[in-house]
Design a protein around this ligand. Sequence first.
Ligand code: PEP
Ligand code: MN
Length: 341
Amino acid sequence: MIIILRESASEEQIDHVVERVESYGYNAHVSRGTYRTVVGVIGDEEKIRATPLAAIPGVAEVVAVQPAFKLASLTAHPEPSIVKVGSGNAVTKIGGGNLGMIAGPCAIESAERLDLIAASIKEAGANILRGGAYKPRTSPYSFQGMGEEGLKVLREVGDKHGLPVVTEAIDPRHVELVAEYADMIQLGARNMQNFVLLTEVGKTKKPVLMKRGMAATVKDLLMSAEYVLSQGNSDVVLCERGVKGFDNATRNMYDVCSVPQIKELSHLPIIVDPSHATGRPELIPSCALAGVGAGADGVHIEVHNQPEDALSDGPQALLPDQYKETMVQIRKVAEALGKTF
Ligand code: PEP
Ligand code: MN
């Protein structure tokens, strides 16, 4: 940790900073510049982080040398992680050149409908089926999902089509149940900082799809991933799904730049979700291509056979044919980059 002192810091204040640092049990290394003095604090970074160094008079800024997300960092794991989703004959790898192509309806609505959608996305090349059984809706009066019945449907349809399945857990009390049926547990944008839920999901052995919170920085996302990793679950896939912006022309602001940023900071795979990021079907194909072009390890797209009847997120769903065409384009970009799905 490095303490940067104010230009106005007096000699007494500098001495006091050194005394305090030593009293906390760390070594202090003072460097005097022309305008500013900096104090290097040497010791256990985790303990130093918890020490209120910025409260010492004369201190302008305290800068960490190591990122606070240790397990998620490239230092901990310099090679890109590959997360395996599914079991038996239906295993999808995400990361290290393998693209996770996740598709399906926003919500599981019926076995017949999910079956139709699953058949179409499988034919188009998707390798993971999605569908929400518990829906985190903005309004308490909106459709909340089919619950356990939906989980059963998802499992059966996934098995029938040889697709691993991902679904969201929104409540720590449901995690065990969701883990029983799903191959991958989704942590939604609204729950990215629900630390009790993150800890419960981290205790399972199931891969996790962690969506970026709508007001979360890239570092916040990595700190949330750290919660899951710290519980012994190393299979986390991050997902850029847009953040709140000032322009309501799109549902959210698609931050495609977070993909290369995360690649610089972390070994965890990161996929993009242009469906929730844009909320507009006509923008989804190009934003999906931009994501893969930026280095994403997969694409998450909502697909519905009758968007006008959908119980949630119908207006942003791609029709099966539109998804198929998008996948043709994505495949070209993936091939150009030496990636496969
Ligand atoms: C979803 O995947 O349907 C969903 C609710 O996504 P998000 O958490 O990104 O809003
Ligand atoms: Mn949705």
